[in-house]
Design a protein around this ligand. Sequence first.
Ligand SMILES: Cc1cc2nc3c(=O)[nH]c(=O)nc-3n(C[C@H](O)[C@H](O)[C@H](O)COP(=O)(O)OP(=O)(O)OC[C@H]3O[C@@H](n4cnc5c(N)ncnc54)[C@H](O)[C@@H]3O)c2cc1C
Length: 387
Amino acid sequence: MSDLERFRAETRAWLAENCPPEKRGPMDEDDHCFGGRKVRYKNEAQRLWLERMAAKGWTAPQWRRGYGGGGLSADEATILREEMERIEAHSPLTSLGIWMLGPALLKFGTEEQKQKYLPGIVRGEIWWCQGYSEPNAGSDLVSLQTKAELVGDEFVVNGQKIWTSYGHLADCMFCLVRSDPEKPRHEGISFILIDLASPGISRSPLRLLSGSEHFSQVFFDDVRVPRENLVGTLNRGWDVAKYLLLFERQMIGGMRTGETKTLIEFALEHLGADRLREEPMLRAQIVDLDMQNAAFQAMVERYQAEGAAGKALGAASSMLKYFATELGVKRHEAMLSILGGAGLDLDGDATGSARDWLGALANRIGGGTSEIQLNVVAKRVLGLPGA
Ligand SMILES: Cc1cc2nc3c(=O)[nH]c(=O)nc-3n(C[C@H](O)[C@H](O)[C@H](O)COP(=O)(O)OP(=O)(O)OC[C@H]3O[C@@H](n4cnc5c(N)ncnc54)[C@H](O)[C@@H]3O)c2cc1C
């Protein structure tokens, strides 16, 4: 037995023993565990699953053991992912700390910052949110105006963030601030870490059409942030911001929609074979979308294999993000056609409902809109001249 085969066998046995039955199968909204200082678990199984996975460092499988991670090689991490998918194990932690801040800290953080933050991220002790967007800085993020003035050993922060996912619930924010308004726009930005329990912060959730409160506005009024919370070089935060965005787009692009069925299976379940036979246009649409999905999954696997071989994804993360989210909308539109009136219930959380469709529309915007991804692909992947 090769080392990898042995690792697969051990992983399979460990998962069989340690992944509670409640943490397998399709995920509902409350199956996501965000961790945090005031963590609330859906049930004991959720708590146990996070505790067990974190103890092995498998919430961040490839981070070094010294930082609390699993210390796995790329091949071992792929095996772990495959074995989790095989039993439909839930991700133990839904965490921007793991997906976005961690990689940025690993590249730009000081050793002290890595020791201070990474182990807590692995264990889900802090709920991190992302403070990038502002009322006048979304696609044109470099226009951001939240000011951070360095006074002695502290930044004094004033301004506002908006569309902060779970900003009203999170403990801390990784945040872009304008630290030198005199410099050219890209060169006067810093990347700092803010404890949202600090005096001078107020937050208000934004209620969405779907009824959920996913976003919030976060206001800063003379908020004092220790200088040691600066990640990377002062006024060079744009480099950190762009690097982190690669991981955000990769994460959204590689994200599974929670659908475990093909559209054909979905249609057979809800319409039945006889009805489907009478709907040639719907049948053609469904087959086309299932084929696109299969092609997309092949593309994801290709990039995963390249990643395992040590090749950075870079701007191709925009390609994944664009295709995944556009396809997601089309698939949800097809599901609505299949469900008919039954899909219009905004309060229902059944797969394929109007609520799901609204979520798919939002995914086209979060992490940078589809148009922005196309601009990146044109410039950085295809090498076309800028507009
Ligand atoms: C689900 C979701 C989660 C989010 N979470 C967060 C978060 O946690 N933290 C955070 O900071 N932000 C978050 N956002 C905000 C998100 O990053 C912004 O909404 C996004 O970058 C677009 O910015 P905007 O809303 O200001 O739209 P605008 O930038 O005003 O864009 C409006 C329209 O103009 C188009 N457009 C703009 N510029 C160009 C261009 N150069 N070329 C072609 N078309 C262009 C856009 O594509 C869009 O259609 C989230 C958004 C969503 C939907």
